[in-house]
Design a protein around this ligand. Structure first.
Ligand code: HEC
Length: 330
């Protein structure tokens, strides 16, 4: 008996194939679950895609392929085996996800340098090798940020606070700790923060439109770049305590990497050179499809971020108003 040709099955197969076309034939290098170990020395391709729960995330390096060997962003230049890339992973959009943290714990039984006591534990003196000691990092991807109290200004001198701090609740015990707490010999406030993406940084450090004596968002007076004396946008870090990529990289190296002697000029140049050319964004959504098509919305995908102009609040408002005014669209 002859098998009947079933046109609807054929149509269904064609539709499935068309749907998976962009995923199958895109030219970018594609990597699944790619943890970047410090000092692995391989090449970070100009365009890389990483699978994530909602599709694909893409990294674009506008300088082309990046040779990471002997590059201070990728090498464990400090004393604890970490590199900047430990917490700023390409596969996690140059941040790090709690999921990746848990995978590292599973694979290394907690011995990955990521879990260093200095800021990878809820408090440095908690017992080693216990997941409970690292619960904020494992459960929420949070790193301990130790802030001196009273705070220090950009020139390193103490600022006279206009308020006092009392500890009302201290679930981790670090703020009441006799060595690391608020009333210790070197008074410190521990806060716990997600690593912000070390990518798309031209929007964070833009010093053109909207950078004035006062910060538009909160009305506070703006600080100046300690080196050039220029006003800065103060968009970096959760609390704007770092004014430039240079001061940020120096304190990240001494704090997170426990580098004793400070970064050399060449290392600083490498780090900032890398950070200011790398862009990260979702480029494919499992239900929405390709997000960065050539005729798609101009704001989506990392290449659009690399092309975009900087301005107030990233680039949105400035570009919107300017395009309306100059293109006479009102
Ligand atoms: C142990 C994890 C860890 C390591 C290692 C690390 N960082 Fe970070 N990074 C963070 C955290 C946490 C923040 C956010 C801190 C905050 O907001 O107070 C951050 C923020 C940043 C930012 C600010 C981005 C923004 O938009 O504000 C940059 C840039 C950065 N890191 C670069 C670096 C560099 C360069 C190195 C290496 C010298 C490095 N990081 C090493 C955890 C880390």
């Amino acid at each position: 008996m002859m098998r009947r040709f079933r046109p609807y099955i054929f149509v269904l197969l064609v539709l499935i194939l068309i749907g998976s076309w962009p995923r199958m034939f895109s030219t970018a290098a594609r990597t699944i679950n790619a943890w970047w170990s410090p000092g692995n020395g391989s090449i970070l391709r100009a365009t890389v895609q990483y699978e994530n729960p909602s599709g694909w995330l893409s990294i674009v390096n506008t300088s082309g392929d990046v040779a990471t060997k002997n590059n201070a962003f990728f090498d464990p230049i400090g004393s604890n085996g970490r590199a900047c890339v430990t917490c700023h992973q390409p596969a996690d959009g140059m941040s790090i996800s709690a999921e990746s943290v848990r995978q590292r714990w599973g694979i290394t039984s907690g011995s990955d340098p990521l879990f260093a006591a200095v800021d990878g534990k809820n408090c440095p003196d908690l017992p080693d090798a216990y997941p409970q000691s690292h619960s904020l990092l494992l459960d929420r991807g949070l790193i301990r940020v130790a802030l001196p109290w009273p705070p220090k200004g950009a020139d390193g001198t103490s600022v006279k606070p206009e308020f006092t701090i009392e500890v009302v609740r201290d679930p981790t015990g670090c703020n009441t700790n006799s060595v690391y707490g608020l009333n210790s010999p070197s008074p410190t406030v521990s806060v716990y923060r997600r690593p912000r993406p070390a990518a798309n940084l031209k929007y964070i450090i833009a010093d053109s439109f909207g950078v004035g004596r006062f910060i538009a968002k909160n009305g506070q007076p703006a600080e100046r770049d300690p080196e050039t004396g220029k006003l800065v946008q103060m968009n970096m870090m959760a609390d704007a305590r770092e004014l430039t990529l240079k001061t940020q990289a120096r304190s990240a190296a001494s704090g997170h990497l426990q580098l004793k002697d400070g970064l050399t000029d060449a290392q600083l140049e490498q780090i900032i050179g890398f950070e200011t050319q790398v862009y990260a964004a979702q480029s494919y959504h499992s239900e929405g499809g390709e997000l960065a098509e050539s005729d798609g919305p101009p704001a989506l995908g990392p290449a659009a971020l690399a092309r975009g102009r900087t301005g107030v609040l990233g680039n949105n408002t400035t570009n919107f108003w300017e395009s309306k005014i100059f293109d006479n669209k009102f």
